[in-house]
Design a protein around this ligand. Structure first.
Ligand code: FAD
Length: 488
């Protein structure tokens, strides 16, 4: 089958999934308020990939002679990475990087899992084969994946093996054809809109009684016993004029509860081998595999935010002031840095001789992953500082219509900007409603948390950057300059 369109994707969501929201199970996420708009957005992604105008950029002729999204292809050359980056960019730039979990993100992740076949299969070749078969299954059926990698944040100090067992999902039972999984994992973003879930690589296990958590597998979202517990939906079920972002991009986050879920053995690729499990992140070059999508999405997101910042400043003519120009210039510099990182990641890519797979440049990816969470917070602050009270002076569509009807069209001039007749032709009220949906609404708050955390905690990541960086050249340089004989 390979590439699906939006209608085929939506049809796949109408199953027996247990999506818990606001005290009840959502019977159909394609029609339920709070969910249907995001489902439509993901459907638009699938239509986008099938559109003849985008087809050659986003897809390739796969091993079966069908068209598949390039993100399913294991990169075997630098050109493959260039092509994959262009495919990621096509949708991300189209949507201003507003959908963190566009399905191509996890497509690339599952390709990364299969590329590490040699690792999973080193003691039991079956497990390596499973990893490859899972990728083939996902590619052939254009499966939309969510993922739950993380242990619920219950007690981060006490070793897992000393905590109540099965708070984090682990294996309770093994039969020849399946395992049974019990416990919870976080944080399945996009789960209500996905077909299957990937759980793997974390937690790192070290102590006694922890092997049961060393696990990697996929499972259908509607598997018996699997429950998805949503936070509140931040889609207010209002017009795109009122909430242009929240009404389109509420990808939602969930806690996965595995209530003794049977996972077929062929879906398991990482099983209770602490050594294989604990080194998987490094061997599968996890950051380089998944980070490629992230940095491309971040370029698109920063470009969109620059557009918002520039337009709100232009609208009130505050971009004539040097302090506002400095803020805008800082956003431009951040965007340029991210663009440079995206180029360096691919052009500095390297082949891994262990599996003949090409991976993005690790330094470029790491710096991109570390910088963006800080940039994001700074850009949001710049937009708030530039916009001032205007965010609060942007009435809803219905309120605008009502006040015009009551007081006549001349009332509109109180809600106009100075620059509405400028090149952009964008009116002030919808512009500031969009800007508020980026910096101030519930979804905006979630987006900030997302950028800070979704790829792991930045503080621990930064400390690991320091600890793992090869500092020998830096040390040698200091030694040379301390040498009294240096340069004669
Ligand atoms: C909006 C959103 C969407 C997400 N989507 C997904 C998803 O789809 N799939 C998925 O798998 N995950 C997802 N995540 C989870 C994300 O991967 C985690 O948030 C991230 O790994 C950090 O884990 P944590 O939130 O449990 O925080 P913790 O790691 O527990 O950190 C919380 C705080 O405690 C500190 N801390 C904790 N442990 C230590 C330690 N050992 N040493 C020093 N300091 C420590 C941290 O520095 C931090 O300040 C998402 C997160 C968010 C916020």
């Amino acid at each position: 089958m390979a590439m699906r369109d939006g209608a085929a994707y939506l049809a796949g969501l109408r199953d027996s999934r247990r999506i818990w929201h606001n005290g009840a199970v959502v019977t159909d996420v394609t029609t339920a308020p709070g969910f249907k708009n995001a489902a439509r957005t993901i459907a638009a992604y699938y239509d986008f990939q099938c559109d003849p105008a985008n087809r050659d950029i986003v897809s390739y002729e796969d091993e079966d002679g069908e068209r598949s999204h390039r993100s399913f292809k294991i990169p075997r050359s630098k050109q493959d990475l260039r092509d994959r980056g262009a495919a990621f960019a096509a949708w991300a730039e189209h949507t201003g990087g507003q959908l963190g979990r566009a399905p191509d993100y996890m497509n690339a992740a599952i390709a990364g899992v299969a590329a590490a076949k040699h690792h999973w299969g080193q003691n039991d070749p079956q497990l390596g084969d499973h990893a490859v078969q899972i990728l083939e299954h996902c590619r052939r059926n254009d499966v939309c994946l969510t993922h739950t990698f993380i242990t619920p944040q219950i007690d981060r100090k006490t070793p897992l093996g000393e905590q109540e067992p099965f708070l984090t999902a682990g294996v309770v039972e093994r039969a020849s054809d399946r395992i049974v999984v019990r416990g919870a994992r976080i944080l399945g973003t996009l789960a209500p809109f996905s077909d299957e879930n990937l759980s793997m690589v974390l937690p790192i296990v070290s102590g006694e009684n922890e092997d049961k958590y060393a696990l990697g597998f996929t499972i259908p979202v509607d598997a018996p016993g699997l429950h998805w517990v949503c936070r509140d939906s931040f889609d207010p079920n209002r017009s795109t004029y009122d909430y242009p972002i929240s009404s389109r991009f509420e990808e939602i986050d969930t806690v996965a509860v595995f209530d003794d879920v049977e996972v077929p053995w062929e879906n398991v690729f990482d099983y209770q081998d602490a050594k294989i499990h604990n080194t998987a992140l490094m061997v599968m070059r996890f950051h380089e595999s998944l980070g490629h999508h992230v940095i491309v999405k971040n370029v698109a997101k920063a470009r969109f935010l620059l557009g918002v910042a520039h337009l709100i400043a232009e609208n009130a003519q505050t971009n004539s002031f040097i302090n506002v120009q400095i803020r805008l210039g800082e956003i431009v510099t951040m965007l340029q840095t991210l663009e440079s990182i995206a180029i360096a990641a691919v052009e500095g890519a390297v082949e891994n001789p262990d599996n003949g797979v090409w991976y993005c440049n690790a330094n470029a990816i790491q710096s991109g992953l570390r910088l963006f969470p800080e940039y994001y917070v700074q850009i949001i602050d710049h937009i708030k500082q530039i916009g001032g009270s205007n965010f609060m002076a942007a009435p809803s569509e219905a309120n605008m219509e009502a006040i015009i009807e009551a007081l006549g069209p001349s009332v509109e001039r109180y809600f106009a900007g100075a620059a509405e007749t400028s090149e952009s032709g964008i009116a002030k009220v919808p512009l500031f409603r969009l800007a508020w949906d980026v910096v101030g609404t519930s979804l905006a708050g979630r987006q900030e948390l997302y950028e800070r955390f979704f790829f792991g905690d930045q503080q621990v990541s930064k400390s690991q950057s320091y600890l793992r960086y090869d500092k020998s050249e830096a040390i040698e340089t200091v030694g040379r300059l301390l040498d009294p004989e240096f340069l004669g």
